[in-house]
Design a protein around this ligand. Sequence first.
Ligand code: AVJ
Length: 329
Amino acid sequence: MLTNRQPRRGDDYLNVAGEEPALRDFSSDMLAALQMRPRCLSPKYFYDETGSALFDRICDLPEYYPTRTELTLLAAHATEIAVRMGPRAEIVEFGAGSLRKIRLLLDAMDQPSRYVPIDISGAYLSANAAQLQHDYPSLSVLPIMADYTGAFHLPVKEPSCGRRIGFFPGSTIGNLLPADALKFLRQAAQSLRGGALLLGVDLIKNPSVLHAAYNDSQGITAAFNLNLLTRANRELDANFDVSRFAHSAFYNAPMQRVEMHLISRAAQHVRVCGERFDFAEGETLHTENSYKFTVEGLRALASQAGFHPGQVWVDPQKLFSLHWLPAPL
Ligand code: AVJ
């Protein structure tokens, strides 16, 4: 839960929970995941330092089209987007990651006033935010370490700022179950009243293209998925034998989502936080959903959440979409 406490300048980041929220919840969520059937864990735990670095490598893979396509869309339409934002706009980015995409917008904007990146990976966030502050000295950069999928309140708006614009790129919204995506959008429509959300959304397409994007030939996505177990070994005093689990990713067409799982290659047991858990051969831990959308489906969801859907930008191959979603006052 974010508060309205303002950090002092020079603070690394606004640490609301007092410790990494991912760390505080990882043990209880992992234990709960191992007890449920089928076993299922939130994908937010992928993003420790190694996971965030692996994700950056995924973004550069030839098979992983979303990042490249979204960057092309942002570059091609930055001027139109900046006009819609208006002067002195403030940007709040959800799940900010490497902060590569925001630079394209900042460079096109008319005197951007403040940039508030929110990310669960605190160390990664503060390093990237410091670099951005250095490159944009007149911009006020206010990084917040938090899990924005929970309830959130944004920092108090500065009177000198223009519109407040949310930026949620990368189709990260696809990680949420439909009910949670609606909840997130409802909350965003409230906190961005009078402004807008710029939302990047991956589109339903040929399943072989989707399959390749999550089964890259260099095995980076597999390493990203399996890193969850390495992280658990380090942080939760677990003893997963990573070589006895296999990466699995496939498009579940009726559910309109790519699913990632870790499949137990053999019957085995593991110890996590002092408790023992059995895996049958072929049993899986479901680690991620990545929902895909149609343009119309996304607009309907946004309307239901209280936005007034505006312009949509799609690349010629119809791989990815960028949505301008004004939030009425
Ligand atoms: C960051 C959630 C958009 O679902 O495509 C990439 C994460 N997982 N490869 C996605 C991811 C496997 C990515 N998102």
